[in-house]
Design a protein around this ligand. Structure first.
Ligand code: ADP
Ligand code: MG
Length: 293
């Protein structure tokens, strides 16, 4: 490709809402054989809602939800937003105060409420904290199989409730996956969420492979594994936890609707959450770069 054709290609991409932050990204995209997607906020809207609640040992939903919302007041995770929303819809105005809040990366949250240590998160966090969830495994699995995320809340090491949050799949995601397959590109999901939920969402979208329950470093390792197989890999993500993966991929593609850190770590930025721009960008780079193959 001549400098002129690259300029034309880059300009055409900009018209489509695809911004190249690095000059060699247009060329890098041409050779991409696999596209890995973050799930939450990338394939899904990143706006989950609380869709189910199960009381444990007679601990009333209203009271436990208030305590949980107090903890989640300190978290910026979309799950936290879903909980605060549910609490406010239930008419809870004054929440108890949560102290010593900590976000446990890829695992959940913890804080002290009225002298009680409260933790909330997925099954792995509960296992690590010695909270017994065995009696609820079937319930959690069934939520996961319908694409919801099962979560738990415990007080002083004892289960207080389990609940499900559901994040709607973005309408363009399935089309984006189909268009990538038509271009001969393999698709992979890399997520921090549990494997039942991840598999259910991937199956609805027709995604080839699923890597679930990954920490941010786990996403990097999964990308490195694909590269060791000789594949050129693009990673698409929106979150702070996606930044290492965006930097590690051959081409990092961040959503312009996502976090600043994700955009700074990427070489391509999409000016909307419409994932159809990913196959469009690859097709454009293939057309532009065709003459230097
Ligand atoms: P992803 O965005 O890929 O789903 P995260 O690393 O943000 O991954 O979160 C992974 C998991 O950590 C979530 O699926 C959930 O189990 C748990 N988690 C994170 N933040 C919270 C929170 N505020 N409340 C409860 N659980 C949380
Ligand atoms: Mg995300």
């Amino acid at each position: 490709a001549t400098p002129t054709s690259i300029m034309v290609g880059t300009g055409r991409a900009a018209e489509l809402g695809i911004l190249f932050r690095q000059g060699d990204a247009l060329q890098g995209l041409r050779d991409v054989q696999a596209v890995a997607f973050d799930k939450t906020g990338t394939l899904t809207a990143g706006k989950p809602a609380l869709t189910d609640w199960v009381e444990v040992d007679g601990q009333a939903r209203g009271e436990v939800l208030g305590v949980l919302a107090a903890v989640q007041a300190h978290s910026e995770h979309p799950i936290a937003h879903a909980i605060r929303q549910a609490a406010s819809e239930a008419g809870m105005a004054a929440l108890p105060e949560a102290r010593a809040f900590r976000a446990l990366t890829g695992a959940g949250v913890e804080a002290q409420v009225d002298g009680v240590r409260v933790i909330a998160g997925g099954e792995r966090l509960m296992r690590e904290e010695g909270v017994d969830t065995a009696a609820w495994a079937a319930q959690a699995e069934s939520w996961g199989e319908s694409g919801g995320t099962p979560l738990y809340v415990a007080r002083d090491g004892r289960l207080a409730a389990l609940f499900c949050v559901t994040d709607p799949i973005l309408p363009q995601s399935a089309q984006a996956v189909a268009a990538l397959h038509a271009e001969g590109v393999r698709t992979v999901m890399m997520t921090g969420d549990n494997r039942h939920t991840a598999q259910a969402v991937a199956q609805q979208l027709g995604i080839d492979d699923v890597r679930a329950e990954l920490l941010p470093e786990g996403k990097v390792a999964a990308i490195e594994a694909l590269r060791k197989e000789g594949m050129k890999v693009a990673f698409v993500g929106d979150g702070i936890n996606d930044a290492p993966a965006l930097a590690a991929a051959d081409v990092g593609i961040a959503l312009g609707t996502g976090t600043d850190i994700a955009m700074e770590s990427a070489s391509v930025v999409l000016m909307s959450d419409d994932l159809r721009k990913v196959p469009q960008a690859i097709a454009l780079s293939r057309a532009t770069m065709a003459n230097i193959r």
